[in-house]
Ligand binder design. Structure first.
Ligand code: B4P
Length: 193
């Protein structure tokens, strides 16, 4: 199995690049952001609880997202690999993911980390907010709060995987297609042609 984490701050291009990568490599896409938004759209109790955190630009509690990912892994027994998008976002989530994958006899193959400056992230998300209808993209205060959460809680996830020599940094500014090629090169190097 080939399991990839696409890592980076909010607005770094994880969702954008995931779409291209899953279509090229046939990986199963697991985006905790998408899963949470679909719970909100369905007005489930989980969705309503998550919304109160997301609207403020805060991370949703670990137990909630770990349970969602655990079910998604169980529901895809025949996948030949996963692309994790927006997960893990805390060290506790990373430890839980390692455990879940090891129970299935597999592990993370590589963490591709998109690097984008804070100014560019804010610009992109404000721009997306003009059409996305997403409350967490609507104003600069919430977008900066999301970046603050990333620095405080999520940046440490890259340090966690660095211990296992699994992190590759990719310049995430510029042409979407060129960034996709840089990501693809790293995957191909690991025998995923
Ligand atoms: P996510 O859905 O993961 O949202 P995101 O990080 O903002 O999106 P992404 O990074 O995928 O967006 P993209 O760059 O592709 O999370 C939303 C919220 O859900 C979180 O704040 C949190 O509350 C909660 N959550 C999710 N997962 C969680 C977890 N594991 N634990 C706890 N809470 C969790 O796109 C951004 C914009 O940039 C787009 O408009 C795109 O078109 C543009 N763009 C992309 N690449 C570009 C490029 N190269 N140049 C110019 N623009 C570009």
């Amino acid at each position: 199995m080939f399991n990839l984490i696409l890592f980076g701050p909010p607005g770094s291009g994880k969702g954008t690049q995931s779409e291209r990568l899953i279509s090229r490599y046939g990986l199963r896409h697991l985006s905790t952001g998408d899963l949470l938004r679909s719970e909100i759209a369905g007005q489930t109790p989980l969705g309503m609880a998550a919304k109160s955190f997301m609207d403020k630009g805060q991370l949703v509690p670990d137990e909630v997202v770990i349970e969602m990912i655990s079910s998604a892994l169980d529901n895809n027994p025949h996948a030949h690999g996963f692309l994790f998008d927006g997960f893990p976002r805390t060290t506790a989530q990373a430890e839980a993911l390692d455990k879940l994958l090891s129970q299935k006899g597999t592990s993370i193959s590589v963490v591709l980390a998109l690097q984008v400056s804070e100014g560019e992230l804010v610009k992109r998300l404000l721009n997306r907010g003009l059409t996305s209808g997403r409350s967490d993209d609507a104003d600069e205060t919430t977008i900066r709060a999301r970046y603050g959460e990333y620095e405080k809680k999520t940046a440490a996830v890259a340090e966690y995987y660095k211990k296992y020599d699994k992190v590759v940094y990719i310049h995430g500014e510029g042409d979407v297609e060129e960034i996709f090629l840089s990501l693809s090169r790293e995957i191909d190097l690991r025998d995923r042609a």
